[in-house]
Design a protein around this ligand. Structure first.
Ligand code: SF4
Length: 96
């Protein structure tokens, strides 16, 4: 019989009350108009997705390896997104 060894490391369990956080930060999250499932994300995450989607390295990847292909297809909606372009511009202005 095989026994599983218990890890001595403590697991990280986030202790955040999301409802309270959302109540305190009502404008922190946006709802993506293009991603399925009514994806909610921060403006910074949206900007990063837009910038990642427009990196030239994603233009030359084919169907293999599959996990990269899936990641790339996930970003297709972000490639020409006006919402993401606006947040990316804001993010660049803040960084400068
Ligand atoms: S860049 Fe556009 S499609 Fe991508 S997450 Fe942001 S709003 Fe959604």
């Amino acid at each position: 019989m095989r026994r599983f060894k218990r890890s001595r490391k403590q697991q990280f369990i986030p202790n955040i009350n999301t409802e309270e956080w959302l109540a305190n930060n009502p404008n922190a999250m946006i709802q993506c108009p293009s991603q399925p499932g009514g994806l909610k994300l921060t403006r910074e995450s949206c900007a990063k997705r837009y910038m990642t989607a427009n990196e030239p390295r994603w233009a030359n990847i084919g169907a293999e390896p599959f996990h990269i292909f899936v990641f790339k297809m996930n970003l297709v909606a972000c490639r020409k997104c006006d919402v993401g372009a606006g947040f990316a511009k804001e993010l660049k202005v803040q960084a400068a």
